[in-house]
Design a protein around this ligand. Structure first.
Ligand code: SF4
Ligand code: SF4
Ligand code: SF4
Length: 285
């Protein structure tokens, strides 16, 4: 019997109905142009049932592709200039929120990072499936703490007591109750602060500013059958330092993991301190 193609490498998944495949398409940062949507509609009509399902990870899934048309369908995705999804033991399509592009809460340019992650890492073979997420602020809409590696925008506030008129507006809006106002002036408890930036955006006198803006990086999170919350291993990593950090994480993971072992399992087996030490070693090497 002929060996079946590695459907998952190219983003196709066998459907529960014999002989049919789900064609999965990815996109960068959850963004699609009107032209992309038209091309996807054409693929759905040409190869599938004429329907599409929007996946939980911002992808588009076209059901009903006949197995014997796999090669033709795969080529049609490329000819249309669309991006196939990726499954199996490798870096999966990145999930990202809009960040500073459109969201009023955005602190970082999530699209720039997510697009770069997509270009450089999606499809890279690893010991197990590896999911990445990028969020623009503490609201963490893409759940970076529930991914193998997650990035979330963060900004640390600082007060200029000279400019503060003690109106209390920032204190009322702080979601973490990290701010206090008394006769000595305004104070921020940075241990409680979420680095969400809301107070800076609220102040009518520009008495609050950011001291550092960047990404908090989480590792070892996962959703699914057995969930795990990722550990924050680095804070306020500057945008240009994120890729070297990711390289170090992936190198450490490849050295420490057994085949099929998710990063969460590695952290549980060898301990967070060991994983962090290996990452630090890679960063300095
Ligand atoms: S995580 Fe923050 S920046 Fe991103 S969509 Fe949610 S609220 Fe907006
Ligand atoms: S950054 Fe957010 S959590 Fe921190 S003090 Fe300002 S409003 Fe509060
Ligand atoms: S909103 Fe601005 S002016 Fe008002 S208490 Fe806060 S820092 Fe001071």
């Amino acid at each position: 019997m002929a060996t079946k193609p590695d459907y998952k490498r190219y983003g196709f998944i066998p459907q529960r109905q014999q002989g049919l495949l789900l064609m999965r398409l990815r996109n960068r940062s959850g963004n699609l142009t009107a032209a992309d949507l038209r091309k996807m509609a054409e693929l759905a009509e040409r190869f599938g049932t004429g329907e599409a399902h929007v996946t939980i990870r911002q992808g588009i899934e076209i059901p009903g592709v006949k197995e014997e048309r796999f090669e033709e369908a795969r080529q049609a995705i490329l000819d249309a200039g669309l991006l196939p999804a990726v499954c199996g033991l490798r870096v999966r399509p990145v999930v990202a929120c809009p960040g500073t592009a459109t969201c009023p809460y955005g602190l970082v340019n999530t699209r720039a990072l997510s697009d770069q992650l997509d270009r450089q890492y999606v499809g890279k073979d690893l010991p197990a499936k590896t999911k990445l997420a990028v969020s623009g602020c503490a609201n963490a809409c893409t759940k970076p703490q529930a991914h193998d590696i997650g990035f979330r925008g963060a900004a640390e506030p600082v007060i200029d007591q000279e400019l503060c008129v003690k109106c209390g507006a920032c204190v009322k809006r702080c979601p973490a109750a990290a701010m206090t106002l008394d006769d000595d002036g305004l104070a921020i408890d940075l241990d409680t602060c979420l680095s969400c930036g809301v107070c800076v955006a609220t102040c009518p006198k520009q008495a609050l500013a950011y001291t550092q803006v960047g990404y908090h990086i989480y590792i070892g999170g996962k959703g699914g059958r057995y969930t795990n919350t990722g550990e924050c291993i680095a804070t306020f990593v500057a945008e240009e330092e994120v890729i070297p950090y990711l390289e170090a994480i992936l190198a450490a993971y490849q050295e420490l993991a057994d085949k099929g072992e998710r990063l969460s399992k590695v952290v549980a087996r060898v301990g967070l301190a060991t994983v962090k030490a290996k990452i630090a070693d890679k960063l300095s090497g």
